[in-house]
Design a protein around this ligand. Structure first.
Ligand code: MG
Ligand code: MG
Length: 300
């Protein structure tokens, strides 16, 4: 589930909740689980994870990877998107984890998301709902997004998979979206800034004639699925541009439209689709900033 982009006031100096060790910048703190994290989040701060915490996020990430790899191999003509849901839920339960999406509240829908997967086909951008009536056919592209919570920590990842024979343009859309994520991952190094990540996605996508969705964004992740900061797939100078530091973990998730960037949400209040009906692709990884460089937690 991608974050819904929300305009934020620039964070001015705020008092830190007591008990935090303040790092080099006022907005970045060492993490502590529980109430203090929530206090920090409220104050608009980015929570950094230490090594034991990153190891826990790694375990969650590898389970997400296992689920998505299995689903990828299941995708074929005649398979329903609900078949994928059933297989995913079984694997998550067997892995001893909780499905992060099932029960996730959407204030604007006034409802909770009822599935462990978001499955978004063709013009659906994100947050599509699995259904027995939705049978995959040759030429479709299917985005599968899932997350788990394991030992208190989250992992979140998404892939887009072709069904049977797809058009050349659809294949290029998938390739460019995946490439934009890989290029952005490479920017996850101490000393870079958030805009290096955001701008890398935007530049690669627009240089290839596609467009990035603006209404939905990536996010920090840790003991909550959505933490600070918001991670748009574009640069908007009005947004925060913090420096990346060791221990920051971001879910980077380019959502790329073949046509215009516009999106709307269907009457089910969840499924985001392209306004022009053209295809959209989505890839996501949970990535930690470490001294050795980017650590992609959601793949081996
Ligand atoms: Mg996701
Ligand atoms: Mg996400």
């Amino acid at each position: 589930i991608a974050g819904k982009w929300m305009a934020r006031k620039r964070v001015v100096r705020r008092r830190l909740p007591s008990g935090f060790r303040v790092c080099c910048t006022k907005k970045v703190i060492e993490t502590e689980i529980g109430r203090k994290v929530r206090q920090a989040e409220k104050a608009g701060m980015i929570v950094r994870k230490n090594q034991p915490e990153l190891e826990k996020m790694r375990a969650a990430g590898l389970l997400v990877y296992k689920v998505l790899s299995t689903l990828k191999s299941m995708v074929a003509e005649g398979v329903s998107t609900y078949d994928l849901e059933v297989a995913a839920e079984k694997m998550i339960t067997e892995g001893g984890a909780r499905a992060a999406f099932k029960g996730y509240p959407n204030p604007s829908a006034g409802s909770k998301f009822p599935f462990v997967l978001c499955v978004s086909v063709n013009d659906e951008i994100v947050h599509g709902m699995p259904s027995q009536k939705k049978i995959l056919k040759s030429g479709d592209i299917v985005s599968i997004d899932t997350g788990v919570q394991l030992n208190g920590y989250y992992g979140d990842s998404a892939i887009t998979v072709p069904v049977g024979q797809i058009s050349e343009e659809a294949q290029r859309l998938i390739d460019v979206t995946r490439e934009s994520l890989e290029l952005a991952i490479d920017k996850m190094r101490p000393g870079n800034r958030l805009f290096d990540v955001c701008g890398t996605v935007e530049r690669h996508v627009t240089a290839n004639g596609f467009s990035v969705v603006r209404e939905f964004v990536g996010h920090g992740i840790g003991t909550k699925m959505h933490e600070e900061p918001q991670v748009p797939n574009y640069i908007d100078r009005r947004n925060e541009n913090p420096r990346l530091k060791e221990g920051m973990v971001l879910a980077i998730e380019p959502m790329v439209n073949a046509g215009a960037p516009g999106s709307r949400v269907r009457a089910d209040k969840w499924t985001a689709v392209t306004e022009d009906g053209k295809y959209s692709a989505h890839f996501e990884h949970t990535v930690a900033v470490t001294a050795e460089g980017p650590w992609v937690l959601t793949r081996p």
